[in-house]
Design a binder for this molecule. Structure first.
Ligand SMILES: Nc1ncnc2c1ncn2[C@@H]1O[C@H](COP(=O)(O)OP(=O)(O)O)[C@@H](O)[C@H]1O
Ligand SMILES: [Mg+2]
Length: 306
């Protein structure tokens, strides 16, 4: 049965008079790569700190792996790995030595575990080098290797690609995806980057000024809206004449090279037929995908995000 790995209800937190997390509800299911998307200052880190019991909520309830975090802390946190701030390591020791020190703190850890997790994050070949020689991306991977030591079912990462170059970001995203699929680990990742959510997450919650504006499947959100099709034709004005009274077409726009048509979902074949029926020469019909950005802008009332 599919279980809820994270279940948050009515979570709130103020600092002084400022309400920073406002009645947040979240449901993360086993196997999700869940994006927690919001601008800087929207309350992501504060929420994550509450999920990890580093700070206490004013209100609300948190269950991890079905256990209540307050009542059953050890059980709740047992199978959770996390990186909240940039992981700290001993710079003058090797990556492997750092992990060995951490592994020594875990009772009954099996032999070879350190190499196993180094392999999982693709750091085995650099394991003998001192951490001070590592790039930011490599430190991040070592942090994830550290989080993997106790066989987590859930890994929580606060802005895991922050500060990385595009290549480093892609490597971290690919690694997360592989760990999720191959090792059946659920991920909860905060980010302020929309394309990150589009590229790696199957679920998303959009946080804005401490409130969840939307939560759901990334694929569904991208299809919430109308279908958009760019029609390339040498006779755009005639095309507009043909479609202008069509009831399933919601709007059209003449762009330099094409006519962009917005219509109800599922009507593209009808449009195609209509144009052919009227003998309009059409070079291409190119469906445009709805971006999460436009969903986000709509939800936040025009607020842009990176
Ligand atoms: N310990 C704290 N004391 C006072 N204000 C805080 C504290 N931690 C965070 N805040 C404020 O709460 C808001 C949300 O912060 P944060 O959760 O770090 O957002 P995010 O991680 O989304 O950037 C910010 O305005 C921040 O200044
Ligand atoms: Mg933060």
């Amino acid at each position: 049965m599919e279980i809820n790995i994270i279940e948050v209800k009515g979570l709130s937190k103020s600092f002084g008079k400022r309400l920073v997390v406002d009645n947040v509800n979240l449901t993360v299911k086993e196997g999700d790569i869940y994006g927690f998307l919001g601008q800087n200052g929207s309350g992501k880190t504060t929420t994550i700190r509450m999920l990890l019991n580093l700070i206490h909520p004013d209100n609300g309830n948190i269950k991890l792996n079905t256990y209540d975090l307050k009542k059953n802390f050890h059980k709740a946190i047992e199978k959770v790995g996390a990186i909240v701030e940039m992981p700290k390591f001993y710079n003058y020791l090797s990556g492997r030595k750092n992990l060995e020190l951490m592994a020594n703190l875990i009772p009954n850890i099996k032999d070879g575990k350190v190499d196993e997790v180094l392999e999982m994050v693709g750091m085995l070949n650099r394991a003998k080098d001192k951490v001070k020689t590592y790039s930011l991306g490599m430190r991040q991977r070592l942090g994830i290797a550290n989080a993997l030591l106790n066989d987590p079912k859930l890994i929580i990462l606060d802005e895991p690609t922050n500060g990385l170059d595009p290549q480093g970001m892609k490597e971290i995203r690919d690694m997360i995806y592989n760990l999720a699929v191959k090792n059946n680990i659920t991920f909860f990742i905060s980010t302020h980057l929309l394309h990150e959510v589009e590229q790696v997450c199957n679920k998303v919650a959009i946080l804005h000024q401490g409130r969840i504006l939307a939560e759901g499947n990334v694929a569904d959100m991208l299809n919430l809206e109308l279908e958009i099709i760019d029609v390339y034709t040498p006779s755009p004005d005639r095309m507009i004449d043909i479609i202008k009274d069509c009831d399933y077409i919601k709007s059209y726009e003449k762009l330099p090279k094409c006519v962009r048509v917005k219509m109800e979902k599922g009507f593209s074949a009808k449009l195609n037929y209509l144009l052919a029926f009227n003998n309009l020469e059409v070079q291409y019909l190119i469906p445009q995908s709805q971006s999460l950005e436009s969903v986000f802008i709509k939800l936040t009332g025009g607020m842009q995000i990176d």
